[in-house]
Design a protein around this ligand. Structure first.
Ligand code: ARG
Ligand code: ZN
Length: 869
């Protein structure tokens, strides 16, 4: 079902040149005003664009407007039709004599045939747009680059019965009906914006309305627009929006600037959500929630994404990016802001643990593989491939490090300066760092290497005790590994929060220090060390690095019980578990005692927050264990981890039962405390099952049946799905029928099975790909099955290569519909260098087959060819 228009839209990979950061030139023409008229129809939408253009340099260049997949039906200059325009590549080139003109173009596009979900497309009867990064050119001809800021006036005309609601950016200014059953609406956005922030929505939508009064007294009408049956499920999102608006005023002094703020949820969406000015468009999974269908995890994610998109109004919209190499300017900063918001809603320690786990699961592997790139990349073939964990999450860590180095007051002064100085402009990462320097008086010259050098720094840390002198000496050495195109690295600035504890008394020996390691190696001396010292380093994960320390299992166990920094306590436990699991994987002879004792002590410490305990007693993932090893043996890792889970389950059986029973009963409440109890209960259930207890399936099935909320229900289903009991089949069946037709919940049904640790998961997943409810046309569904399967290290890396073949088949099929989402499924294949030669050959074979596919998109071509290296 390849869209005929796509043939024009996609240049052959061979013809695809990379774009370099150093080639940036300011635009030759600006577009101060844009007027768009949409005659909306799913099969044939007519778009008339009127651009006022002004020359911006002395080059005398013609006007070049980006397009993709369409042809101009008419081109007029200053009201007169011309025919000396030409098409070069995909650009419309218009020769212009003067310095200021009005250009009018007309095109026709077919939203219902747009399977890429970029530009104007249809999702479940709703017409909506997604323009970031380069979707606007699929709607009309325009200089589709983020440094061309224009004021937009939009008129939409559509069938009134099919599309009763018409929304666009900014404020509504006029509306009316026509006598042919159609109606129209006009919206104006007073803020100049780049084309990637354009949005419109037309559909039969219901709204949940709210009101917010800003700190200066502006009344804002809030609206969350969804299908009629879903309004009840938008309460949590609306509440999160109100909290986020107040938080940004309080913490960053940022106030909303329009009279309306609308959010629309659609089911078909390539990523999480989009911050279009005044009209955010969301993947429905980040809006819709009620206790029966959404987990605590979903509730948290909804609040985080709603806040993220809202925060973009300042960090992204009021100040945008000069070019796409600066993407982390808005994304890294906005992730940092949404992390701060979420931390303030509950346990900051647990939030930090979750964020670091996410960084290690997604960003560290990226940094260690063939797709590694700096936070500010040097080149790309397809910018859609650079919406990565490095740009987003490592980018957020860079902001966090600057905040740590500056301290809260100087950091706030620096963000104030940034927002004031660059308001209304398209800025660079350099502009941001310069504000950090100017407001604080600190020199961040060397810190800038974090933007240009890829790879996760490794820090060797070793503490020795000179008992006679009452001293301890800490030796630190850093090493930044080579990454593609960057063989040699310079030392970076690493802010390391450090504290030393006494092994005998358990007391801290002195205060916490912030050490800025900015050389390859350095030595720090601690005085007044009267007992054997134990090192707590990179507390709070103050730098996104890998610590290599020589701390013994006993010292790590000690820290897991005594460190006063909750993150460091968690970290010590993780390191202890990881050391144990790596040793077992390599040597095959488990020595689990230290882990078991440390977990027992954590479970016994009733002063701890259950949410923290739940995180602390979880074993590192199979993928993370693999990342520690030069060669990943997925079966050995799985055996080692299952062995330790079973040992923990058996040796601490009473404690797991106790933790499981201890969680208070009662109706579902979404609160940090209630969430923590549910989480610990699910973790405890997992260990009861891992122990092989006879009644495990019975307990899980009882929880599944009695649950009044999705968190407990899915927790039980996940445990059952890993096993072979009759209860498993019953629960999957009940779950499926109970939620038939609710696509977000059916996604969970697919995903739970794709993540299963059963031996036959590969075969079951292949069967599920033929299930009538499976479709590649919906990105959430594709990710739920194929994406989750790629993250299942053991199943995906089956020795016979069946997992690789399956992924390649799905990816090739999806690429014909939706290149962006297809390209995002590829990274598991990029790990081939880390596997034995048989698996590596099979993975390369899959990549080569992908690259050889005729008509391949440049999105997938870039990822696959870089992965082959
Ligand atoms: N700016 C959006 C967000 O992070 C995401 C846009 C993703 N675009 C893309 N081409 N991958 O909030
Ligand atoms: Zn964002």
């Amino acid at each position: 079902m390849l869209d005929a228009l796509n043939a024009i839209a996609q240049p052959a990979p061979a013809a695809t040149g990379a774009i370099s950061r150093h080639d940036y030139r300011p635009p030759a023409w600006l577009v101060p005003e844009t007027r768009l008229v949409f005659d909306l129809d799913p099969a044939a939408t007519r778009v008339t664009a009127t651009l006022s253009v002004t020359r911006n340099d002395a080059s005398g260049d013609p006007l070049r407007l980006d397009g993709a997949g369409q042809r101009p039906l008419a081109v007029r200059v200053d009201g007169v039709a011309i025919d000396d325009w030409r098409i070069e590549g995909e650009q419309l080139v218009v020769p212009l004599a003067g310095d200021a003109h009005t250009i009018e173009t007309e095109v026709e596009i077919a939203p219902e045939r747009n399977t890429q979900l970029m530009g104007l497309y249809a999702s479940g009867g709703i017409l909506c747009t997604q323009c970031e990064a380069e979707g606007f050119r699929r709607i009309t001809y325009f200089p589709d680059r983020p440094d061309v800021l224009s004021r937009y006036a939009v008129r939409m005309v559509a069938d009134a019965a099919r599309y009763p609601v018409l929304l666009a950016n900014g404020d509504p200014v006029a509306a009316g009906t026509l006598d042919d059953g159609r109606h129209w609406a006009e919206w104006n956005d007073p803020f100049p914006k780049p084309s990637y922030l354009f949005a419109l929505v037309a559909g039969d939508l219901a709204v949940n309305r709210g009101q917010f009064t800003t700190q200066s007294g502006r009344g804002v009408d809030l609206g969350i627009w969804v299908r009629a049956g879903d309004v009840e499920k938008t309460r949590h999102a609306l509440h999160a929006l109100e909290l986020a608006m107040a938080w940004d005023e309080r913490v960053y002094g940022r106030e909303y600037d329009l009279d309306v703020f609308n959010i629309v949820a659609v089911d078909d969406f390539n990523f999480g959500a989009m911050e279009n000015k005044g009209l955010n468009i969301f993947n429905s999974r980040y809006i819709l929630a009620d206790p029966d269908t959404a987990t605590d995890y979903d509730y948290d994610a909804i609040a985080a994404v709603v806040a993220h998109e809202y925060f973009h109004n300042w960090s992204g919209n009021r100040i945008t990016c000069r070019d796409w190499f600066q993407l982390s300017l808005k994304e890294g900063f906005t992730v940092y802001r949404d992390q701060g918001f979420s931390a303030d809603q509950g346990s900051a320690a647990v939030k930090r643990i979750e964020d670091v786990r996410g960084l290690r699961a997604a960003q560290f592997p990226e940094d260690a593989g063939p797709l590694a790139h700096p936070v500010r990349p040097e080149s790309y073939i397809e910018i859609g491939n650079f919406y990565t964990a490095t740009i987003y999450n490592k980018g957020a860590e860079l902001i966090r490090m600057m905040a740590t180095i500056l301290g809260p007051q100087a950091f706030r002064a620096a963000t104030d300066l940034y927002f004031t100085r660059f308001d209304g402009t398209a800025a660079t990462c350099e502009d941001f760092v310069a504000c950090m320097e100017e407001a604080s008086g600190r020199d961040l010259t060397q810190f800038r290497l974090w933007y240009s050098q890829a790879g996760t720094p490794r820090v060797a840390a070793s503490l020795s005790h000179q008992a006679g002198d009452g001293r301890a000496t800490l030796r630190l050495a850093q090493h930044v590994p080579a990454t593609p195109g960057q063989p040699d690295k310079q030392p970076m600035v690493l802010p390391l929060r450090i504290r030393v504890f006494g092994a005998e008394t358990g007391r801290a020996l002195g205060d916490e220090q912030l050490v800025l390691l900015d050389e390859a190696a350095s030595t720090i001396v601690f005085d007044g060390i009267t007992e054997r010292p134990v090192l707590s380093v990179n507390r709070g994960f103050s730098a996104p690095v890998i610590i290599e320390s020589d701390r013994s299992a006993a010292d790590l166990a000690f820290l897991s019980a005594h460190d006063d920094d909750p993150f460091a306590r968690y970290e010590a436990m993780q390191q202890l578990m990881l050391d144990t699991l790596v040793a077992t994987t390599i040597e095959g002879r488990p020595d689990n005692d230290a882990v078991i004792t440390a977990v027992a002590n954590t479970l016994d410490d009733r002063t701890l927050d259950p949410a923290f305990v739940a995180e602390a007693v979880l074993l590192p993932s199979e993928g993370f264990i693999g990342d520690q090893l030069a060669m990943v043996d997925p079966e050995a890792i799985f055996r080692a981890r299952e062995g330790l889970r079973r040992a923990l389950g058996l040796r601490l059986a009473d404690r797991w039962r106790d933790a499981y029973e201890r969680a208070p009963d009662g109706p579902y409440v979404y609160s940090p405390a209630a969430k923590g109890h549910r989480r610990l209960r699910s973790v405890a259930l997992g260990y009861i099952a891992a122990s092989g207890a006879d009644d495990a399936a019975t307990i899980a099935f009882r929880q599944f049946e009695r649950a009044d909320n999705m968190t407990d229900r899915q927790g039980a289903l996940g445990t059952l799905a890993n096993g072979y009991s009759d209860e498993r089949e019953a629960a999957l069946d009940i779950f499926y029928h109970r939620y038939a037709g609710n696509s977000l919940v059916i996604d969970k049904w697919f995903q739970t099975q794709a993540l299963s640790s059963r031996d036959d998961t590969g075969r079951l997943v292949a069967d599920l790909a033929r299930h009538p409810d499976f479709t590649l046309a919906n990105p959430n569904r594709a990710r739920a099955l194929v994406g989750a399967f790629g993250a299942n290290q053991r199943a995906f890396n089956a020795a016979d290569g069946s997992g690789y073949r399956f992924l390649a088949d799905q990816l090739i099929a999806l690429d014909k519909l939706n290149p962006q989402t297809a390209a995002k499924l590829l990274p598991p294949l990029a790990r081939w260098r880390r596997f034995d030669s048989d698996r590596a050959a099979l993975m390369r074979g899959a990549l080569e087959r992908i690259v050889a596919t005729p008509g391949l998109s440049k999105d997938v071509f870039e990822q696959a060819s870089k992965s082959l290296g």
